[in-house]
Write a protein that binds this ligand. Structure first.
Ligand code: DWN
Ligand code: SAH
Length: 406
């Protein structure tokens, strides 16, 4: 049993993945012996509908000066954030000298668009190396964790923000009440907070259990987000599904009564109830599907390895840490993982200790099978890997189901 981080009710777990390492903690061999592990378990709160990790490692263990994820590694995401920024500018920043704040701005993939448009901006990013990469692009960034105290400081020094934006950030923060209080203080009257995160409905529908790892402490639905913001005098005024990271939801929030509420909000909350996102049975059934997915993936990998085929992983994602460790996949099954991020190359994957190698190693000698760990970027990757297919290579995917793409 645990206490809900949002409404304080007591809730219990529905899935236990066992002991897990830091998902983005890529290792040098001399670090193997001291690797940190914690129990990865997820629960559902009946009262406020929030799905959440029972336990999360300390934030400094995940976000520091050597954070492995650089957002700009995907062209598709670069395009996505350009259009996100353009819609914020055209819909909400028409006033004189607008001010936009981004939480979790990483290497500046989103804010670079506001810089190009000459808009007053500020990024808040605690991981110093990615924050530095943004600053190198001329993006104003403060290297710290956003919370109520930082919000107060920004407000005093720079005045209110007309828009506060975030992507794949809110679901990372256990102390959301402090964050929402901070947003409430920093946001100007009539201002909006716009953020997106992986959507619980898509995770359940696609059995994408690899979205569950240390950094993702929450799995949001419109219902749980509405509950959270209502506690702070704010409300959800619009919700817009996004076709990124395997299915995300964009939430538009304002101070209560400031703006018209789209009928889409009530429609989606209704839909969530009819698909059972407020019921424990839904999560019990998800657990059974996860167990089946593990059996099927292991059976497939063992089969092709027995046939003497080479399997290489594509994309050393944070998500793949859950898959590798939960399924017990090691370098006997997956020879190495190819990744374009220089800081991950030459290191070993967390827990499973599979070597991570540069993309060139994949291209130089195509394997028989590529296990698509970066399945959320499938469209972008498949489009550029036509030669792999032409050379007889096949993709193994496991979301939404385990299969070989013939
Ligand atoms: O929420 C989060 C999301 C936004 O990003 C963070 N907690 C951490 C991170 O999650 P992830 O590591 O699962 O993200 P991606 O975007 O699925 O990671 C893709 C990985 O694959 C990167 O390491 C880059 C690599 N990659 C590649 O080698 N070739 C990516 C593409 C598109 C490629 O063509
Ligand atoms: N927005 C980017 C990055 C997502 S990864 C994208 O969508 O690609 C999550 C980011 O949030 C990391 O860069 C991490 O350092 C940052 N982060 C974690 N906790 C934070 C907090 N309390 N305040 C601001 N940023 C935070």
């Amino acid at each position: 049993m645990a206490q809900c981080r949002i409404c304080d009710s007591v809730y219990s777990e529905f899935i236990d993945f066992g002991m897990m390492p830091i998902a983005n903690g890529f290792l040098a061999p001399e670090m193997f012996n001291d690797e940190f592990f914690y129990p990865l378990k997820v629960g559902f709160c009946d009262k406020c509908a929030m799905v959440q990790l029972i336990e999360q490692p300390d934030r400094e263990m995940m976000f520091h000066d050597n954070y492995a994820y650089f957002s700009s590694t995907s062209e598709r995401m670069t395009t996505h954030f350009r259009s996100f920024a353009e819609s914020v500018m055209s819909m909400y920043l028409g006033m004189e000298d607008p001010f936009v704040v981004e939480l979790g701005s990483n290497d500046g993939i989103m804010l670079q668009n506001f810089v190009a448009a000459g808009i007053r901006h500020l990024g808040i990013e605690p991981s110093a190396n990615v924050a530095q990469s943004a600053m190198d692009k001329g993006i104003e960034t403060i290297c710290c964790f956003f919370d109520q105290e930082i919000a107060e400081k920004i407000f005093k020094e720079r005045g209110p923000a007309n828009a506060i934006i975030a992507a794949n950030l809110m679901c990372h923060i256990p102390y959301l009440h402090s964050v929402v209080e901070g947003v409430c203080r920093l946001l100007s009257p009539g201002g909006v907070m716009i953020f997106e995160d992986p959507y619980l409905g898509d995770i359940i529908d696609n059995t994408s259990y690899d979205q569950i790892y240390d950094e993702h402490v929450f799995f949001f639905s419109v219902s749980s987000i509405q509950y959270l913001f209502n506690m702070h005098g704010m409300e959800v005024i619009d919700v817009i599904p996004q076709d990124v990271h395997g299915g995300s939801m964009r939430y538009v929030i304002s101070h209560k009564g400031d703006r018209e509420v789209s009928p889409r909000v009530a429609t989606l909350i209704q839909e969530e109830q009819s698909r059972g996102l407020n019921k424990r049975e839904t999560f019990e059934s998800f657990r059974r599907k996860v167990e089946l997915s593990r059996e099927q993936l292991l059976a497939l990998l063992h089969k092709v390895r027995k046939e003497g085929k080479r399997v290489v992983g594509y994309g050393a994602t944070s998500k793949s840490t859950t898959v590798n460790v939960y399924c017990g996949i090691t370098s006997d099954l997956v020879e190495f993982v190819s990744d374009t991020t220089p800081t991950k190359q030459g290191r070993y994957s967390p827990g499973a200790h599979i070597p991570v190698r540069p993309y060139e190693d994949f291209k130089e000698r195509y394997p028989d099978y590529a296990l698509l760990f970066a399945w959320n970027h499938a469209r972008e990757i498949m489009a550029k890997e036509t030669l792999f297919r032409e050379a007889g290579g096949k993709w193994i995917v496991y979301v939404p189901e385990v299969k070989v793409l013939e």
